[in-house]
Design a protein around this ligand. Structure first.
Ligand code: NAD
Ligand code: UDP
Ligand code: UDP
Length: 315
């Protein structure tokens, strides 16, 4: 792959920082744009000294004029706690942010990839989920700012593709976890590990029978890069996730076992519109990208637990 100038929006976040790191190690010039809402300079501090890395504080709801060959559009809070904190800002980030980044891609003729989500399937009535499934989203609930924002962004990507011939790639990411998730992020894997390591109760929402499929970050980054560099005609949407499916109770028990924790499980109310089940069908990714995850939950959790053990020992 030849050396490219690559923009990563949301590059100081959890996934964005891993992506910047990988692109730099592949020899590219990386421009990381972030407004530091949920991202942290800490996540990219080790990259600052690299002459091929640039960090810009910028909010993608404002226009951005730079020259690049590829754009990975990851900017958007991903944890329900954070995306519901300022719901209007979340939907502006997804919709106005997408318009600006698509306008940029159109002007400079860049390939642009959108980090969409399994949340476009809402609380799915079809299980497991393939890309053909159109979803079951409540358009007026507390999760809608995120789910509908991401759905509208997908619409914009396909309209810019049809109307202006912009080279687009859309991935639908299923729950991904790993080192550098903010300990305060609020998503389930980081919550449970931090709780287990610090001896606090493990907070299961609802009865713990709801399921999720968890993908380790390194697998996901490989899938993202393969999608960006896939053949010109391939737009997606393509599911990227690990089809292993676990209940939240199983996840809690696994984390307690792996951390050898004395934490007890407590039960709290299930948030409104919390999807009851989720599992990707990934045959499209296998066929088009020759991609499938290689790191199973136990191994990924062990690596993530090591990271948090280190982080908590510093604080
Ligand atoms: P994250 O919250 O760690 O990262 C998001 C980053 O975007 C942060 O650095 C944040 O500061 C930045 N940001 C938010 N609004 C911005 C704005 N208006 N302008 C500039 N920067 C802004 O979350 P993550 O898990 O790394 O998620 C990255 C992307 O992947 C998001 O678009 C998310 O919707 C998507 N995604 C993630 C998952 C997952 O499980 N991790 C699943 C599905 C989709
Ligand atoms: N835009 C941007 N950077 C660019 C080109 C465009 O941020 O390099 C923004 C521009 O400000 C506009 C949006 O992208 O708000 C959509 O651009 P497009 O050219 O599609 O639409 P128009 O400018 O005609 O509204
Ligand atoms: N969850 C939980 N305890 C927590 C955080 C989350 O039981 O401390 C549950 C949550 O209700 C959901 C699942 O774990 O059913 C995944 O939640 P997360 O916020 O990580 O992601 P999403 O709901 O967006 O898939």
């Amino acid at each position: 792959m030849s050396n490219k100038r690559i923009l990563v929006t949301g590059g100081a976040g959890f996934l964005g920082s891993h992506l910047c790191e990988r692109l730099l190690s592949d020899g590219h010039d990386v421009v990381c744009v972030d407004n530091f809402f949920t991202g942290r300079k800490e996540n990219v501090r080790h990259l600052i000294a690299n002459p091929n890395f640039e960090l810009i504080r910028h909010d993608i709801t404002n226009p951005l004029f730079i020259e690049v060959d590829q754009i990975y559009n990851l900017a958007c809070p991903a944890s329900p706690v954070h995306y519901q904190y300022n719901a209007i800002k979340t939907i502006k980030t997804s919709v106005i942010g997408a318009i600006n980044m698509l306008g940029l891609a159109k002007r400079v003729n860049a390939t642009i990839l959108q980090a969409s989500t399994s949340e476009v399937y809402g609380d799915p009535e079809v299980h497991p989920q393939s890309e053909q499934y159109r979803g079951n989203v409540n358009p007026i609930g507390p999760r809608a700012c995120y789910d509908e924002g991401k759905r509208c962004a997908e619409t914009l990507f396909f309209d810019y593709h049809r109307q202006h011939n912009v080279d687009i790639k859309v991935i639908r990411i299923f729950n991904t976890y790993g080192p550098r998730m903010n300990p305060e992020d609020g998503r389930v894997v980081s919550n449970f590990i931090v709780q287990a390591l610090s001896g606090q109760p493990i907070t299961i929402y609802g009865n713990g029978q709801q399921t999720r499929s968890f993908c380790y970050v390194d697998d996901l980054i490989e899938g993202i890069i393969r999608t960006m560099n896939s053949s010109k005609g391939f737009t997606g949407p393509v599911n990227l996730g690990n089809p292993g499916e676990f209940t939240m109770l199983e996840l809690a028990q696994k984390i307690i076992q792996l951390t050898d924790s004395k934490s007890k499980i407590t039960y709290e109310p299930l948030p409104i519109d919390d999807p009851l089940q989720r599992k990707p069908i990934i045959t499209l990714a296998e066929k088009e990208l020759a991609w499938s995850p290689t790191i199973q939950l136990e191994e990924g959790l062990k690596r993530t637990i090591s990271y948090y053990t280190e982080v908590l020992s510093r604080s």
